[in-house]
Design a protein around this ligand. Structure first.
Ligand code: HEC
Ligand code: HEC
Ligand code: HEC
Ligand code: HEC
Ligand code: HEC
Ligand code: HEC
Ligand code: HEC
Ligand code: HEC
Length: 629
């Protein structure tokens, strides 16, 4: 009965209706294994359905149609990779693309021993394929084409960048070394992306993903529903929907408000288990062992909401399990993984992995009782509530609960904080706005009085932007020195040195000052990160230079020359961010530079101290930074 709810029928070609399971060339939506799809919930839970429908969870994965693709396919030519364009075309309701085959071996397989491979072919083979699926909508949209081999998809070489309303090469959208070689994404949808971008996804590959060249494999890939739908978080609901067809039961349940044992309500789980519901996707994890990987490659992942996630997955936690056999084996195959994705103290630095950050927070780890343990739903709400006056689109962006928009996010638990800050925090709890200052040392209405800005700074990178770290931490110069991670104070006070910050942390919070070298005590921290930092640090600082709060605290005039320099960075992602930050600034006027400011390396005559700038750039950390995005 419930299968019909899905629409069950898809329009293919010239209006011919084909039942979904019979659609070829792409994965299909087939409810099974107790899953029934969101259409089944709609009639009984219209309000939850409506807010979910507006969420980016729903639009994460869609069948490509003229209505779901953000890019225009109207005979458009877009730059895909340097020198080769991609042509998009719409034929009736069908979408097509003409592009360089990412799986072409450039004729190398036909090279005879002894001949010069360079002579074989100058250009990769062009192919024309139907575009059948999309990934994403909020920040960017990736396009997938039917490879012609079973349900295996290939990825178009250019993506849609939502904020700019234009297409850019896919490789320019990820943080990767400029010299990194091209990697084909063919089959990745079937083998990888569906785990977190669909509901009850099942690769159904004939042999494990990655064990053979993908185009020699076949896959009957399916999911209950594309996108992150109700049952991703509430578990398979066939039994629940059946049970509640009985009006008496419905009436009784409504009246008593008792838990319904036929369905998972994350709020009724412990904070640990409810966060795992999100952590099944918002985390770096690996398969527990080879056997579970094989199982996942065919039947999908065994985790169901309410289960212990750690029982069937290996959650990467460098502070804990670097020495475990699973991690060792993993690192052997991919040594750069930990270094690229985590700061050296184990804090996660890539977006979409908020669970790894949160479980390392004192608010999660040190809580003495369940009702004081942090979880994702301490701050986020997956359905917009009635007491929330915001427009639904505003809520959908980050899906924060009204209480989590400001300092109440923390004060809901920290009204009676213990420890050295106790008195100050207790005063905050009294809620007289000026009292916040006792702890923050900034005016109550200052951006420097926001708990988030000091304890969840923008040090996590992904999707061409930075987001707040989800590991609660204190501003610390010591941690900056140990890991290279910009601290919250200097990420807003861009014109100040690490020495300046260390001095105030000592004066205000009694934090011992670490030893600093001469650059660290004489050159603004942001300038050091931008000139000699690795690509990850450069991206974070370049983004902060476009942040209103930082511009207010640090002045704006001096930022333009530094951003102009960064707009020539060798990393596409860093260049992109620097250029975006630059657009937030007024036109440059040399006469407005803060002259004679050695911290910013500006001489008395308004020129830059080229000697130091060059020395710092020469000392740059050129390690290859590669984010798994
Ligand atoms: C035939 C009606 C019906 C259908 C279909 C239905 N539900 Fe329910 N659901 C109920 C009733 C009745 C309750 C209990 C009282 C209430 O919340 O109105 C409930 C409660 C819930 C709860 C809260 C449980 C608790 O312990 O508080 C969740 C979560 C839920 N449903 C999710 C779903 C999802 C997800 C689907 C679709 C996959 C679904 N429901 C389909 C009728 C239905
Ligand atoms: C471990 C789970 C996981 C896997 C596997 C995964 N993703 Fe994601 N992805 C996420 C999460 C979580 C987000 C949300 C990140 C955010 O908003 O900060 C996301 C976001 C995205 C976005 C941005 C969407 C938007 O609307 O802006 C794109 C694009 C994307 N993923 C592509 C992919 C591709 C392609 C694959 C497969 C190669 C993949 N992801 C595999 C979890 C995953
Ligand atoms: C990304 C995870 C997620 C998705 C997707 C999701 N929910 Fe929920 N749902 C939650 C969480 C978490 C709660 C607890 C309250 C909250 O956060 O809004 C909840 C609460 C509920 C409740 C209980 C409301 C109450 O007041 O007791 C119902 C009913 C429900 N969801 C139904 C649905 C339906 C129907 C869908 C799909 C149309 C859906 N949910 C999609 C996570 C999700
Ligand atoms: C089945 C995988 C999955 C589950 C379960 C899931 N998410 Fe997501 N979430 C994603 C993906 C993928 C995205 C990217 C969607 C986008 O932004 O386009 C995302 C996006 C988000 C966003 C950003 C929305 C935006 O673009 O502004 C938030 C916030 C979020 N999830 C929180 C949660 C929370 C909290 C839970 C648990 C209650 C949860 N998610 C459960 C996969 C999941
Ligand atoms: C759901 C409750 C909860 C929320 C929300 C919460 N915390 Fe906590 N936090 C705790 C608990 C519990 C501890 C452990 C120490 C304790 O019991 O006070 C803690 C510890 C801390 C510590 C370390 C104190 C120490 O003893 O090491 C800091 C700093 C902190 N929280 C800051 C914040 C900030 C900033 C926010 C908001 C962004 C926040 N917390 C939100 C519950 C919470
Ligand atoms: C103490 C409050 C708090 C908690 C707890 C929290 N978040 Fe967030 N989250 C935020 C805030 C604030 C933002 C907006 C940050 C920003 O604009 O960068 C956010 C943003 C996000 C985003 C959107 C990132 C983007 O690309 O824009 C995702 C996804 C997300 N959170 C997931 C989670 C998950 C999953 C958990 C639990 C593991 C969680 N959050 C716990 C406060 C919280
Ligand atoms: C200007 C930056 C700044 C702001 C804003 C700020 N804090 Fe702090 N907070 C600190 C520093 C610095 C420390 C202590 C550093 C240390 O001891 O290493 C600290 C310590 C704490 C602690 C641990 C104290 C203890 O009991 O051990 C908690 C809890 C805390 N802050 C919560 C909050 C809350 C809640 C807010 C928002 C109302 C907030 N902070 C705003 C800088 C800030
Ligand atoms: C999000 C931005 C932000 C953060 C984070 C922040 N501040 Fe500030 N700070 C400001 C602003 C804005 C002012 C200007 C006066 C005001 O608004 O209170 C200021 C003023 C100051 C001043 C006095 C004026 C000056 O320039 O000498 C000091 C000292 C200071 N901050 C130190 C710190 C320290 C130390 C930290 C970290 C513990 C910190 N700030 C974190 C924004 C911030």
């Amino acid at each position: 009965m419930s299968a019909a709810g899905l629409g069950g029928l898809a329009l293919v070609g010239r209006g011919r209706a084909v039942a979904e399971p019979q659609v070829g060339g792409r994965p299909v939506q087939v409810p099974e294994a107790g899953y029934v799809s969101s259409q089944t919930c709609r009639a009984c839970h219209p309000s939850q359905y409506a807010s979910w429908h507006r969420s980016y969870h729903r639009t994460m994965t869609q069948v490509a149609t003229p209505d779901t693709v953000a890019a225009s396919f109207d005979g458009v030519t877009v730059d895909a990779v340097s020198g080769s364009a991609m042509v998009l075309e719409q034929r009736g309701r069908e979408l097509w693309a003409d592009f360089d085959d990412p799986d072409d071996d450039w004729g190398l397989s036909r090279v005879r021993p002894g001949s010069d491979p360079g002579q074989t072919r100058v250009r990769p083979r062009r192919i024309k394929r139907q575009v059948v699926m999309t990934t994403g909508s909020h920040n960017q949209q990736i396009y997938w084409y039917a490879t012609g081999n079973s349900r295996i998809l290939g990825q178009l070489p250019a993506i849609w960048l939502t904020a700019d309303r234009r297409c850019i090469p896919r490789r320019a959208a990820v943080m990767r070394p400029p010299s990194a070689s091209h990697v084909s994404e063919t089959g990745a949808w079937n083998g990888i992306c569906l785990a977190c971008h669909t509901t009850n996804g099942q690769p159904q590959l004939d042999t494990p993903f990655g064990s053979q060249p993908i185009l020699t494999q076949t896959a009957d890939t399916r999911a209950t529903e594309f996108g992150v739908a109700c049952e991703s978080c509430h578990g398979p609901a066939d039994q629940h929907a059946r049970a509640n067809r009985n009006p008496l039961r419905r009436y009784a349940a409504h009246l008593t408000g008792q838990p319904d044992p036929t369905i998972v309500q994350p709020l009724r789980l412990t904070p640990q288990r409810s966060s795992q519901v999100c952590g099944q996707c918002h985390a770096f994890w690996e398969f527990a062992d080879a056997q579970s990987e094989r199982h996942a490659n065919s039947r999908g992942l065994p985790y169901r909401p309410g289960d212990d996630l750690a029982a069937t997955r290996f959650i990467v936690q460098p502070t804990k399990n670097l020495d475990s056999p699973a991690m060792k084996a993993f690192l052997e195959s991919d040594a750069g993984f930990i270094r690229d994705i985590f700061w050296s103290d184990g804090m996660v630095r890539a977006t979409g992995r908020e669970y790894n950050g949160m479980i390392e927070s004192p608010c999660f780890k040190k809580a003495a009782s369940q009702d004081r343990t942090m979880s994702c739903v301490s701050c986020h709400t997956m359905h917009k509530t009635d007491d929330d006056a915001r427009q639904i689109g505003e809520w959908a962006d980050d899906q924060l609960a009204p209480r989590a928009l400001g300092n109440d996010a923390c004060l809901q638990c920290h009204r009676d904080a213990r420890g050295p800050q106790r008195t100050a925090l207790q005063q905050i709890a009294g809620h007289a706005p000026q009292d916040v200052s006792a702890h923050t040392r900034h005016r109550a209405d200052s951006s420097g009085s926001s708990c988030y800005n000091c304890h969840m700074p923008f040090t996590t990178y992904g999707l061409l932007k930075t987001i707040r770290s989800h590991q609660i931490s204190n501003p610390s110069v010591q941690a900056t020195l140990a890991t290279g991670r910009p601290n919250a104070c200097n990420l807003c006070h861009l014109d100040k040195t690490l020495g300046w910050t260390a001095q105030y942390l000592e004066e205000w919070y009694g934090v011992t000052r670490p030893a600093l070298d001469s650059d660290e005590s004489s050159v603004a921290a942001s300038v050091l990160w931008l000139l000699k930092g690795d690509a990850g640090q450069r991206a974070i600082v370049a983004e902060s230079m476009g942040w209103t709060a930082a511009q207010q605290a640090s002045g704006r005039e001096w930022l333009t020359p530094y951003l102009a320099l960064t707009a020539k960075d060798s990393y596409d992602a860093v260049r992109y961010i620097a250029a975006r930050s630059q657009r937030t600034l007024p036109p440059f006027r040399r006469d407005q530079l803060p002259r004679g400011n050695p911290q910013l390396l500006i001489n008395a005559d308004g020129t830059f101290n080229a000697e130091v700038v060059n020395r710092l750039v020469r000392a740059r950390d050129n390690r290859r930074v590669f984010y798994r995005e």
